[in-house]
Design a protein around this ligand. Structure first.
Ligand code: GAL
Length: 338
C-alpha cells in the first residue's frame, strides 16, 4: 500500500513537472542560450512577446523576415496591423514595425478582418507584395487583399482586393518554390477544399489554379523536400486546435496522396494550428520547421508559437512531441534539447 502511494505520488510529481515544463505561462524562449521553446513566450529584441500570428517568413539575402497578425494590446480599434520582425538566426527577432492598415475601399471598418499576412519579394519590380485574408466582421466577404511597398517593413498600400478566380478565399498560405516561383494556397468553403494557385510575374494577381484539393483544410502550408511537395493544413474548427493533416505529391498539380495525421490525433497537433513549413537549408543539412499557432482567442496578444523540427522524408511527415530545440542556420541542423 505504502509502495503504491509512493509510486502514485512519484507519478503525479512527474506529470506536474512535465506539464509545468511546457506551461505556456512560465516559460520563455531563452535568448541567451539560443534555445527555442515551443509554446513559450517569445521575446523580441525589446523584450515584448512577438506579435506575428498566423504568420509567414521569407528570406531576403541572409535575413529572415517574419510577418504576421500584430495583436498587441496597443492597437487602435478600426485599424489592423501586421507585425514585421527580422532575424539572422531564427531565434533573436528584431521588431521592425507594426504596419498599420485601414479598411480598404468598399469594406466597412466595423470589425473588419485582416488575417494571415504573407509577403513575397518581387525581384523584377523590387517591390514587396503582401497578401492577406480580407474579410468583414461576419467572414462573408472571403477575399484576398494585396498591398505593395518599396520597403519591406513599411509603406504598404492596399492596391486591390478580390476573390481568386471568383472563389471564396479564407485562410491563405504562401509557398515559394526553390526556383523562386510564388504560390498562394487558399481555402474555399463552398467548393469544400482548397486551391494552390501560382502568382503572376509581378505577384499582383493569381495566374493559374494548379490544384484543387478536395479536403476541407485551412492554415495551408507547403514545403518541397527531396523531390516531393508536402502540404499540411488543419480542419475547420476556428480558433480551436484539431488534428492537422498532411499529404505529399511529386507535383503541385497532384495527384496528392491520401491525407494523414501529422501527430497523434488526441494531441490536437499539440494544441496548435499550422501556418507555415519553413525549409532551413544550411551548408550540410536541411531542417524543415513546423510553424504553428497556439491561439488564445480571448487574449490574442498572448497567443503562442509552436515551432518544431519535423521528421520528413519519403512521403512521411511527422510532428514530434514539442521539445526545446536549437537550430544552426549555417549548418542547417537542428538539435532537440532534453
Ligand atoms: C480559424 C482560422 C483563423 C481565424 C479563425 C477565426 O479557422 O484559421 O485564421 O480566421 O478561424 O475564427
Amino acid at each position: 500500500m505504502l509502495k503504491e502511494n509512493i509510486f502514485n505520488l512519484l507519478l503525479l510529481t512527474i506529470t506536474i513537472s512535465l506539464v509545468s515544463c511546457y506551461s505556456t505561462k512560465t516559460n520563455k524562449t531563452n535568448l541567451s542560450t539560443n534555445i527555442i521553446t515551443p509554446g513559450a513566450v517569445w521575446p523580441d529584441d525589446d523584450g515584448n512577446h512577438i506579435q506575428a500570428h498566423g504568420g509567414g517568413i521569407i528570406k531576403v539575402a541572409d535575413t529572415w523576415y517574419w510577418f504576421g497578425e500584430y495583436r498587441g494590446k496597443d492597437v487602435e480599434k478600426d485599424y489592423r496591423y501586421v507585425g514585421c520582425y527580422s532575424s539572422t538566426d531564427l531565434v533573436h527577432w528584431k521588431f521592425l514595425n507594426k504596419i498599420k492598415f485601414s479598411a480598404p475601399d468598399g469594406v466597412s471598418p466595423d470589425g473588419w478582418i485582416l488575417e494571415r499576412p504573407k509577403v513575397f519579394y518581387n525581384e523584377k519590380s523590387k517591390k514587396y507584395v503582401m497578401y492577406f485574408h480580407l474579410d468583414d466582421k461576419n467572414y462573408k466577404l472571403a477575399e484576398v487583399g494585396v498591398a505593395v511597398s518599396d520597403k519591406i517593413d513599411k509603406g504598404y498600400q492596399i492596391v486591390k482586393h478580390f476573390r481568386p478566380f471568383r472563389n471564396e478565399s479564407r485562410d491563405i498560405g504562401q509557398f515559394i518554390d526553390d526556383d523562386g516561383t510564388a504560390y498562394l494556397i487558399y481555402e474555399s468553403r463552398p467548393t469544400k477544399g482548397f486551391f494552390i494557385a501560382s502568382l503572376t510575374d509581378d505577384h499582383l494577381d493569381v495566374k493559374e489554379n494548379l490544384s484543387f484539393i478536395k479536403e476541407r483544410i485551412e492554415g495551408g502550408a507547403i514545403v518541397f523536400y527531396e523531390g516531393l511537395y508536402y502540404i499540411i493544413g488543419s480542419h475547420l474548427t476556428g480558433w480551436n486546435p484539431n488534428p492537422n493533416l498532411y499529404s505529399s505529391s511529386k507535383s503541385l498539380r497532384g495527384p496528392w496522396a491520401v491525407f494523414k495525421n501529422v501527430a497523434p490525433p488526441e494531441t490536437n497537433t499539440y494544441s496548435s494550428q499550422s501556418t507555415m513549413l519553413l525549409k532551413v537549408k544550411g551548408r550540410k543539412n536541411t531542417t524543415v520547421l513546423y510553424l504553428g499557432d497556439m491561439w488564445k482567442p480571448n487574449e490574442q496578444w498572448d497567443s503562442r508559437y509552436l515551432w518544431m523540427p519535423m521528421e520528413i522524408g519519403e512521403g512521411n511527415l511527422r510532428l514530434p512531441p514539442p521539445r526545446p530545440f536549437k537550430i544552426d542556420v549555417k549548418d542547417g541542423a537542428s538539435q532537440i534539447i532534453d
